[in-house]
Design a protein around this ligand. Structure first.
Ligand code: NAD
Length: 251
């Protein structure tokens, strides 16, 4: 039995990488998936992949850092389904910079997508989640919530805030039977990490620091998101699941 049969899900940043894998796994488990991305063509490709595999998907172009895009995104879902069982706040960016050289413009850009976007989607998606009767909001944070790395301080600050937001919203949204949880990926090979992971020394150092001795795959993360999306986690809220091969468990 498909675990998300009859559910309606929305995934932000689902045109590539982890978001695409989440959308595909949800589609394979029977959900109607709204595949949203600032890159509309990429969202179309993801949605077509789901429908070709026999699932149901709708592609939407939406930049989570723009209020009017998010409003329109939820209006479209409301017009077609009038409820959302699952929202995955996955869209995220990074700008690598030594902190002392981080420009205001770069910091604002990281924050606008990774934090303001997550807040906007979590707030504006509330009503549709409530209407489902049993909602699940999943925020994608990072190992960087708990560990520091050079040139990632701005990114870490946004992801730490996302983890804190998750706990606070779990408490507030529980009254409406909406669960709120965080998936915290380790290093995964996607467009976001492509450039740094191409450096063989950095790549090896990461694998050496990972007890399971490999990088993550988008599907590793998608399976964790599926747990939070499905009834398997029916009494789980405010939790953070590290999907990092043991990286954050290690001293
Ligand atoms: P990715 O770059 O492969 O994909 C991100 C997607 O988000 C892209 O399709 C992009 O177009 C979209 N996007 C970017 N800005 C957007 C915006 N303003 N509005 C809507 N969509 C937007 O990245 P990924 O590695 O798949 O990252 C997905 C999430 O996982 C991010 O939140 C990232 O911080 C997190 N994460 C990734 C890793 C990793 O190692 N790849 C590790 C920890 C956390």
């Amino acid at each position: 039995m498909a675990r998300l049969a009859g559910r309606v899900a929305l995934v932000t940043g689902a045109g590539n990488g982890i978001g695409r894998a989440i959308a595909e796994v949800f589609g394979a488990e029977g959900a109607h998936v709204y595949v949203t991305d600032v890159d509309g063509a990429a969202a179309e490709v993801s949605a077509q992949g789901i429908t070709t595999a026999g699932g149901a998907a709708t592609a939407l172009t939406a930049d989570v850092s723009r209020g009017q895009d998010v409003t329109q995104m939820f209006r479209t879902v409301a017009g077609a389904h009038n409820r959302l069982h699952i929202i995955v706040n996955n869209a995220g960016i990074n700008v690598r910079s030594d902190f002392r050289h981080l420009t205001d413009a770069d910091w604002v850009r990281i924050r606008e997508v990774n934090l303001d976007g997550v807040i906007r989607v979590a707030r504006d998606g509330f009503e549709l989640l409530r209407l489902s009767g049993a909602g699940s909001l999943i925020n994608v944070a990072s190992v960087m919530t708990h560990r520091g790395m050079r040139q990632l301080a701005g990114y870490s600050a946004t992801k730490g805030a996302v983890a804190a937001l998750t706990r606070a919203l779990a408490v507030e949204y529980a009254a409406f039977n909406i669960r709120v949880n965080t998936v915290a990926p380790g290093f995964v090979e996607t467009g976001l990490t492509e450039r740094v992971l191409r450096n063989p020394m950095f790549n090896k150092a990461l694998i050496d620091r990972t007890p399971m001795r490999r990088l993550g795959t988008p599907v590793d993360i998608a399976r964790a998101a599926l747990f939070f999306a499905s009834d398997d986690s029916g009494f789980v809220t405010g939790a953070e699941l590290a999907v990092d091969g043991g990286m954050t468990a290690q001293l």
